[in-house]
Design a binder for this molecule. Structure first.
Ligand SMILES: N[C@@H](CCC(=O)N[C@@H](CS)C(=O)NCC(=O)O)C(=O)O
Length: 391
C-alpha cells in the first residue's frame, strides 16, 4: 500500500491517541423516529397492518431511543478499528434518480443512500454537486430503512464508490465521504478503496460510559503528492476546524429549530415529503407514516436534543448567532467565501447543513435576522452551476 500524508500535517491514523479522538469528536445527532400515531383509523386488514407497523415503529424505535438516552453497558471491545466494507456488486435497490455530469471522468459510479433533507446528506450532495460528479440516489425510508438492510451501518448518508478492482467500497459518515472523495479528486491515480482504509471506524466510550463509534481522520485529506494541495498549513487547519464546527455545533441547532412546535414539525415533514418526492417513491401509507410519525417523534426528540446541547428556549437566537459567527469569519478574511474566491470544504459543509432546512420557517427567520443570506445564495449558485443534470 502506498504511503499517504494527512494533508500537510504529519500524522497518521494509528498515531492519534484514542482519548483525543474521543475528545475531538462528539456524539452525532441521533434522529430516531421513536413514537407516534397513524393519521387515519385503520379498519381493513391493510389498516391493521399499518397500525401494527406504527406500533412496531413505536416499540422498536422507542426501545432504541430509550437505550440511547439511558446509555448501555460497553459489552464490546473498545478502541476496535474496523475498515470499510467492500461489496462485490451493488445491492439490489431502487435507484430513484440520477445526477449525470458528462464531464465526470472519475469512474467512481457513485450511489448515495440518503434522506433528502438530512443535514449530513445535504452536506454530501453539496460537495458532490460542487465537484461536478455524477451519482445515483436511493431515497431511504426514514422509518423502515429497508434499502439499507444490507448495511451494518444504519445511518445515512452511505456512499458506494467503485474501486479499481470493480468492487464497491462503502463510505459512511458525511465528513469521511467528503474527505475521501476530495482526496481522490485531487489525484485520480489513487484507488478509492485504498483511500477509504485511512478512515477506519473506531469505537470508544463516551462521557456517559456508552460505547460509540466515530471515524478517524475524517477531516483530513490524504495525498501521495504534496503538490496537490497548494494551501498553507494554517488554511488547511482552518478548513478542518470549521468543518468540525458544522458537525459538532451547527448541525445540533437544526432539529430544535425546525421541530420547535408540533405545527412547525409537521410543516417541516410536509416539506421533506415534497422535496424528497415521497409521494412518488413510497406508497401513500408509507409516506403518511413517515410524515406523521416522523413529525410527532421529532417534535418530542427535539426537546431532548435542546436539553442535551444546552440550548435555551429561544432556540432561534442560537442559530442566528451561529450564522453571524460564520459570516463574521468570512468578513475578517474580506473574501466572498471562507475558501477565498471559491468555496472550500468548510463553505460546503456549512452550506449543506443550512440547506437541509431551506424550506422551513426557521431558515426564513435566519434570512431575516442574520447576515447569512448573501453568502448562502453565492454558494448555492456555485453548487448549481457545477452540478450535472438531474434525471
Ligand atoms: N456522523 C454521521 C451522522 C449521520 C446521521 O446521524 N444520520 C442520521 C440522519 S440525519 C441517521 O441516519 N440517523 C439514524 C440513526 O441514528 O439510527 C455523518 O456525518 O454522516
Amino acid at each position: 500500500m502506498a504511503t499517504f500524508r494527512l494533508g500537510a500535517i504529519a500524522s497518521i491514523a494509528t498515531k492519534i491517541p484514542h482519548q483525543n479522538v474521543a475528545k475531538l469528536q462528539r456524539i452525532n445527532l441521533v434522529r430516531r423516529f421513536a413514537t407516534g400515531a397513524a393519521p387515519k383509523k385503520p379498519t381493513s386488514t391493510f389498516g391493521l397492518a399499518l397500525k401494527g407497523m406504527a406500533i412496531g415503529a413505536l416499540v422498536g424505535t422507542g426501545w432504541s431511543g430509550y437505550s440511547y438516552f439511558k446509555g448501555g453497558p460497553t459489552d464490546h471491545m473498545l478502541h476496535e478499528h474496523v475498515g470499510p466494507k467492500v461489496l462485490d456488486k451493488l445491492p439490489d435497490v431502487k435507484i430513484m434518480r440520477r445526477v449525470v455530469n458528462p464531464k465526470d471522468d472519475s469512474g467512481l459510479d457513485l450511489v448515495l443512500f440518503q434522506f433528502q433533507t438530512c443535514p449530513f446528506c445535504c452536506k454530501v450532495r453539496a460537495f458532490l454537486d460542487h465537484s461536478g460528479l455524477s451519482y445515483s440516489v436511493v431515497e431511504v425510508d426514514a422509518v423502515l430503512r429497508q434499502d439499507i438492510r444490507w448495511s451494518d451501518s444504519k445511518k445515512v448518508p452511505i456512499l458506494l464508490a467503485k474501486t479499481k478492482t470493480g468492487k464497491y467500497v462503502q463510505l459512511t459518515d458525511s465528513s469521511m465521504i467528503v474527505s475521501s472523495i476530495s482526496s481522490f479528486l485531487r489525484d485520480k491515480k489513487q484507488d478509492i478503496g485504498e483511500l477509504a482504509k485511512y478512515y477506519p471506524s473506531i469505537s470508544y466510550e463516551n462521557d456517559a460510559g456508552r460505547k460509540v463509534f466515530d471515524i478517524m481522520n475524517k477531516y483530513f485529506l490524504m495525498f501521495q503528492e504534496k503538490k496537490v494541495d497548494n494551501r498553507t498549513k494554517e488554511e488547511q487547519e482552518d478548513e478542518r476546524k470549521w468543518r468540525a464546527w458544522a458537525d459538532d455545533h451547527l448541525v445540533h441547532l437544526i432539529s430544535p429549530n425546525v421541530y420547535r412546535t408540533k405545527d412547525e414539525a409537521l410543516e417541516t415533514f410536509e416539506w421533506f415529503s415534497d422535496v424528497g418526492e415521497w409521494n412518488l417513491h413510497f406508497p401513500k401509507w408509507e409516506r403518511d407514516l413517515m410524515v406523521y410519525v416522523g413529525a410527532f417523534a421529532m417534535w418530542g426528540i427535539s426537546k431532548r436534543l435542546k436539553k442535551r446541547h444546552q440550548l435555551s428556549d429561544d432556540v432561534r437566537s442560537h442559530i442566528y448567532d451561529a450564522c453571524d459567527r460564520w459570516i463574521g469569519e468570512i468578513e475578517k478574511k474580506k473574501t466572498t467565501f471562507h475558501g477565498g474566491s471559491q468555496p472550500n470544504l468548510a463553505d460546503l459543509a456549512v452550506f449543506g447543513v443550512l440547506n437541509s432546512m431551506e424550506g422551513c420557517q426557521a431558515f426564513k427567520d435566519c434570512l431575516e435576522n442574520s447576515k447569512i443570506g448573501p453568502w448562502f445564495y453565492a454558494v448555492k449558485e456555485r453548487v448549481l452551476k457545477n452540478r450535472g443534470n438531474a434525471l
